[in-house]
Design a protein around this ligand. Sequence first.
Ligand SMILES: Cc1ncc(COP(=O)(O)O)c(C=O)c1O
Length: 534
Amino acid sequence: MSTRQANATENAPKALGPYSQAITASSPKTVYVSGQTPIDPKTGELVKGIEAQTEQCILNIKAILEAAGSSLANVVKTTVYLQDMNDFAAMNATYAKLFPEPCPARATVQVARLPKDAMVEIEAIAIVDERRTTKPAFVYDFKTAPNRRGLGSSKWEQMLQIKPDVSPDVIPFSVADMELKNPPEIVQGLKDFLDTAVLGYTQPTPEYLKAVCDWMQRRHDWTIKPEWICGSQGVVSAFFAAIKAFSEPGDGVIVQTPVYYPFYKAIEANGRTIVRNPLKFDGEHYTIDFEDLERKASDPKNKILLFCSPHNPVGRVWTRDELERVGQICLAHKVLIISDEIHFDLVMPGYHHTVFATLSEELAQNMIVCTAPSKTFNLAGMQTSNIIISNPSLRSKFTAVQESEGFSGLGILGYKACEIGYTECEPWLEQLLSLIEHNHEVLKFYIEKKVPEVKVFDMEGTYLQWMDFRGLGMGKDELEKFLHEEAELFFDEGYIFGEEGTGFERMNLACPTHKVVDAVERLASAVNRRKGSR
Ligand SMILES: Cc1ncc(COP(=O)(O)O)c(C=O)c1O
């Protein structure tokens, strides 16, 4: 929040100079601008009246953005500082008039009280990005954050258990599902299906299997056969079953830590041994420690590599070279690969996900690949995953374990939702990827500006942002308590992914942009309150 005392001299047009210098079409893409009153830059006169003052602020911002080749349509967030809160309605009306639709900023107006002798000031975060300047904004509704209270959402119930009196506009940023409306094609498609379907025992239809095969071909350049597709209620239950199928009690299963915490659970619950191959971390990037992997793989007791690709929580999309080296090591030491590729559709521009099994036929015969439409289209509650196993012997061992556990197929609506996702929802996915990329940029920019003690890493894939909070100098329990109680922030604590994650947090970015900005504001305020009380 601005504590600057806005006065006539300070608010004069000189503000336009430095800001317009700072914005260029190439770098940085995310910019922070401030449009101030009460001086009209053309006349030098004092602007009077809340509507005129607001209008002048917005015009100032518009001029700054246009000078930089951008426009008001790219403003994602505005904070309006008013002396008198009663002026909000008038200011908002001016806003609605001047901000073009669609413009995410219209939904994110926030008001804060200005110091006594100040009048109106508007700060805006805008994205200078040619794609977004020339293309219309989202056609899907990515601005509404659905209220999931009382609807059985695991993430929401966890938050409400921790803080029953949490503020009504706070959303959780933990478990990996989306705080967004479902793809409308899936909603409508399921409604239409229910008009005629009989909800009896079911099995995958040829249309379903074709949709899965076509998706793998089209999106991942991966040719699969329908008979390779094994249904599973989830990727987690698939790797539980696979560990049982392909190893014996006491055998070692290698994991690359920090990693998605059910990996540990699946190994321990099956009486196998967790073998850690920690990722290398240079303070900026995570890479695979191949020497250590080779050492661990060469121990004959270690039978499986449980591989996460893209990697949750560090957000790496492994390169072809990295995959080749991992693959060679595993083949050389007869280590079977369970490749969890559940996030394979969620890859940021400039990165490319390679399905591990596409590297060679030899590798494909030595692995199972876990896929699902659940992360891609927010269908986790539908419990439908596709485990692709081209090796017939591995496939029959895997399905034998599933059967021994009483697995008898998936739900009729899960199949249908997956089929609709894979056949009709590619445009939704493309826009979702833009939203995630955008949320990452906004978060990174805003955190650097407001809470520089926190480090936001590059995110190559997934919608899960890995961040380093160690700069705040808090211990593990203190940090968790601080985030919950003082900032009303509900992330996934880094330590749950393994000891290397202590002091880190994982934030789910699949939500409307203004919720990301709100989160940073709550964090910045809480950090500043702490600093102030020292
Ligand atoms: C790497 C990874 N695997 C598996 C899952 C969950 O899979 P499912 O819901 O299909 O069991 C998640 C969810 O966050 C994940 O991140």
